[in-house]
Unconditional design. Structure first.
Length: 265
């Protein structure tokens, strides 16, 4: 009888023991369910997200997991018709590497500290209705990010100087917003940057000197802003540069002679 009671007791407790030994799965489920609760999903695209599941890794639409750790690595919900505001549920996804919520109807300001997601490589919030200014410390701890796109929203105010902290950034697209003020000096410290698009904003002032430090730059667009002054000589020393668009600004003077280096390649 005692042995039967022990077996029954173990069988009763085993689900709780499993969950306590593997709380990470609950963290990801909790984070995604909280995220879902904060937004509207009129087309029911997230109907497969069931809070009763032990893991989101099997059949949750838009969710990809690392097969080794069984933790959520990618959340891609592009064009799902989602609306509402981003809540803190996303910050539960501590192993997230890619967050893409492009082409939705998400609104509000960006108040989340994505720096808490220390593994995040790709952040794409483009083509939504986000507005307001970017917090000054938004980019202060973004050492893991490779690609950022906030394009085609309604962000305003200055581009934070903390952007210069994104030392591993390869692609930056802030086009199609209402960013104003000067170009942040920290831009030219992003030596790994390959693509820079700040077009269709309200940026003003001169293009800072020092662009030659971007020796991996392939494409730059500052089109349709209110930039003044001359094109800096150093741009011709970005020898990998293949696409330049500085049109529809208030620039003066001619093109620097150093750009001939680019034309003959």
């Amino acid at each position: 009888m005692r042995s039967l009671l022990c077996v029954f007791f173990f069988m009763f407790l085993s689900p709780f023991l499993v969950k306590s030994l593997n709380p990470s799965l609950n963290d990801d489920v909790l984070g995604l369910i909280v995220f879902k609760a904060d937004i509207q999903d009129p087309d029911g695209k997230l109907s497969s997200w069931n809070e009763e599941d032990d893991s989101p890794c099997n059949n949750w639409v838009g969710v990809k997991c690392n097969p080794r750790s069984n933790r959520v690595s990618d959340l891609v919900l592009d064009g799902f018709g989602l609306s509402g505001k981003l809540g803190r549920g996303l910050l539960q996804l501590q192993f997230l590497r890619k967050l893409s919520l492009a082409r939705n109807n998400l609104t509000g300001s960006i108040s989340l500290s994505f720096s808490e997601l220390s593994d995040l490589r790709v952040l794409d919030l483009s083509e939504n209705g986000f507005s307001g200014s970017i917090p000054s410390d938004f980019f202060s701890q973004c050492g893991s990010l490779r690609s950022i796109s906030l394009a085609k929203n309604r962000f305003s105010g200055p581009i934070p100087e903390s952007l210069g902290s994104c030392s591993t950034l390869a692609s930056l697209n802030l086009s199609g917003n209402q960013f104003s003020g000067p170009l942040p000096l920290g831009l030219w410290s992003l030596s790994g940057l390959r693509s820079l698009d700040l077009s269709d904003n309200l940026l003003e002032g001169e293009i800072p000197k020092g662009i030659e430090a971007l020796n991996n730059l392939r494409a730059i667009s500052l089109r349709n802003n209110q930039l003044t002054g001359e094109v800096p000589d150093g741009i011709g020393n970005c020898l990998l540069l293949r696409s330049i668009d500085l049109s529809r600004n208030l620039l003066s003077g001619g093109l620097p002679s150093t750009m001939q280096k680019l034309l003959v390649q």
